[in-house]
Design a protein around this ligand. Structure first.
Ligand SMILES: [Mg+2]
Length: 357
């Protein structure tokens, strides 16, 4: 069944803006929750510039996105240019992004990506450059792949594996990336619940773990479940729950920490993109990545109308190099085509079954 066009575009745009909103909102957070709370005297409840002594984001203005959204847009543009995701296209997108931001001297480049970029620049095969990548870089950028497979988490998982390959092709990173891509594809399904989305994420994490180079790491599937359990414990305060997520799940660069944390934040916010951004900022640590992932899922679930226009205006003005609407239109064309192909495949299957009788 083909989704309504308006619905589809609204939820693709919601996913992109949700990612940007969560990323930029949580960007000024410090590395530990108590420090963020003390500095801002409470919740970060609006877009703010990074504090001047921030170790990674100093100099960024209110509403400016970080590497998470930059790479997600780069990946989206590569998908739009080729009509699909390929390992070569994903590698080129990361290399182009790296050069655009002056990656050699930028604190925004994560450890796995920096290693992979160096190897790619030296001419290495993109199928071999991600074999040790175990941080959250591929999970934070994977949103467009969920958006082009509305209602089809299995197809999103297949494409997410391709999207991981050049930089993050360890089993644990593939697991976390598939969890996010599958969740976003599920979030695009009309009438789906937050519980469905989280269950699909857990299944995605389990499937993803069977791909990529054998590595070490905690179970992302089990940690998503644990994070959601912590997040929904209404017997303790919101701040204590965030501290528990920080202490027990971990808001770090490790994919097995930050991806489960993002699902905890999403659950605690009941799927609301603004509330998820507020919680991600208070969580601290790799807050922008947690915010970007939770925000992308929340935005894809709710659609663009869940994000107040004033915030969209701030994001547009603070990131003039991007045209989110145009990128959403490009992804929409591909999403629509994927749906048609899928509808045709099920029609063919149906015809075959009829002919067998
Ligand atoms: Mg970032």
């Amino acid at each position: 069944m083909q989704l309504l066009k308006v619905y589809l575009y609204s939820h693709i745009l919601g996913g992109l803006y949700g990612q940007a909103l969560g990323d930029a909102w949580a960007m000024p957070a410090y590395l530990r929750p108590d420090r963020t709370w003390a500095y801002y005297n409470g919740w970060i409840d609006r877009f703010l510039p990074a504090p001047p002594d921030h170790p990674i984001h100093a100099g960024l203005q209110a509403g400016q996105v970080t590497d998470d959204t930059q790479q997600a847009i780069a990946l989206a543009e590569a998908i739009i240019a080729e009509g699909q995701i390929t390992v070569e296209g994903a590698a080129r997108a990361i290399l182009d992004w790296y050069d655009q931001i002056g990656g050699d001297s930028s604190p925004l480049v994560g450890p796995s990506t920096r290693k992979a970029v160096a190897a790619l620049k030296a001419g290495a095969d993109p199928y071999l450059t991600g074999l040790e990548g175990d941080t959250n870089g591929s999970a934070m950028r994977i949103c467009p792949i969920g958006l082009i497979h509305p209602g089809n988490p299995n197809a999103a998982i297949e494409d997410a594996i391709i999207g991981c390959t050049p930089t993050h092709f360890t089993d644990v990173a593939v697991s976390g990336t598939c969890a996010v891509a599958a969740a976003i594809a599920q979030a695009m399904t009309p009438e789906t619940t937050l519980e469905d989305i989280i269950n699909v994420a857990i299944q995605g994490a389990e499937t993803g773990l069977r791909h990529g180079a054998p590595w070490l790491g905690a179970s992302i599937a089990r940690k998503i479940d644990f994070a959601v359990h912590i997040a929904l414990d209404a017997t303790i305060s919101e701040r204590d729950r965030l501290q528990d997520l920080y202490d027990l799940i971990g808001s770090t660069l490790a994919v097995a920490d930050s991806v489960p944390c993002a699902f905890g934040i999403l659950a605690m916010a009941n799927g609301n993109p603004i509330q998820a951004a507020i919680y991600a900022a208070a969580l601290s640590g790799d807050a922008d990545t947690v915010g970007a992932i939770a925000g992308a899922i929340a935005g894809a679930w709710n659609g663009i109308n869940a994000i107040p226009h004033e915030y969209i205006e701030i994001l547009r003005q603070a990131n003039p190099q991007y045209n989110f609407e145009k990128t959403a239109e490009g992804l929409y064309e591909i999403a629509q085509r994927n749906q048609e192909v899928e509808a045709q495949a099920s029609q063919d299957l149906f015809d075959d079954l009829l002919n067998q009788d």
